[in-house]
Design a protein around this ligand. Structure first.
Ligand code: 13P
Length: 251
């Protein structure tokens, strides 16, 4: 089965509602007619509803930047799957390195979020990635294996097809230091092999694995040419229409 490439923009804690709508409208316009790839944008929570309305009728999908595991309750500061869907989102980023490293989310919490998102019919994007220290100590594959296995614990074969994985080496995020296409491919292949051990090989071949970390207009084509890189999770370069549009239109 061919995997449909997915280019996702993570807007992080940027853009007011007005700015977000303007950018979303431009992205919607330049995504018209795209059939061989998918595009997702993840605005700040305050802008999700307005952005979802702005891209309606276009192929652009909207995602949350995080998601809680309960539908409602005493969870100050959290946004539930129900609320994301109500605002027009169909996807959710889970376990982003900034959530893990700045806000202390661990694999157990990430796993709960994954389960909650899937139970509500959202498509979760499970982010994994090693720090520079872990890479230099030769721990990259071990760290990723634990993040993938613990992040997906309890998720059954009939749900795994809905999961997207994003490999984002922490040292490449926002630093301008992209992993080389060979470095990224090696890790993506490894993650697919881990998925193949957890599920069936055939299922693992269907799961999209995105690369994230300083993806830019001038490196996206090389990255996307690698056999196990199925898309990109873009931060900084997703905040300007021109650069994100160039990334969407990778060749
Ligand atoms: P940059 O593209 O700014 O490195 O950010 C990557 C990222 O964290 C996307 O989730």
């Amino acid at each position: 089965m061919k995997r449909i490439p997915l280019i996702a923009g993570n807007w992080k804690m940027h853009l007011t509602i007005g700015e977000a709508v303007t950018l979303a409208q431009e992205i919607a316009k330049s995504s018209q007619g795209l059939e061989d790839r998918e595009v997702m944008i993840a605005p700040a929570a305050t802008a999700i509803a307005a952005v979802a309305e702005a891209v309606e009728g276009s192929p652009v999908l909207v995602g949350g930047q995080n998601v809680a595991w309960e539908q409602q309750g005493a969870y100050t500061g959290e946004i539930s799957p129900l609320m994301l869907k109500d605002a027009g989102a169909t996807m959710a980023i889970v376990g982003h390195s900034e959530r893990r490293h700045i806000f202390g989310e661990d694999n157990t919490m990430v796993n709960q979020r994954m389960i909650g998102a899937l139970a509500s019919g959202l498509t979760p994007v499970l982010c994994v990635g090693e720090t520079l220290d872990e890479r230099e100590e030769g721990l990259t594959m071990k760290v990723l294996e634990v993040q993938v296995c613990e992040g997906l614990e309890g998720i059954k074969s009939d749900q795994i097809g809905q999961v997207v994985v994003a490999y984002e080496p922490v040292w490449a995020i926002g630093t301008g230091k992209t992993a080389s296409k060979e470095q990224a491919q090696e890790v993506h292949r490894f993650i697919r092999d881990v998925l193949g051990d957890l599920y069936e090989k055939k299922l693992a071949e269907q799961i999209r694995i995105l690369y994230g970390g300083s993806v830019k207009p001038d490196n996206v084509d090389d990255l996307m040419a690698m056999p196990d890189i199925d898309g990109a999770l873009v931060g900084g370069a997703a905040l300007q229409a021109a650069s994100f549009e160039r990334i969407i239109h990778f060749s």
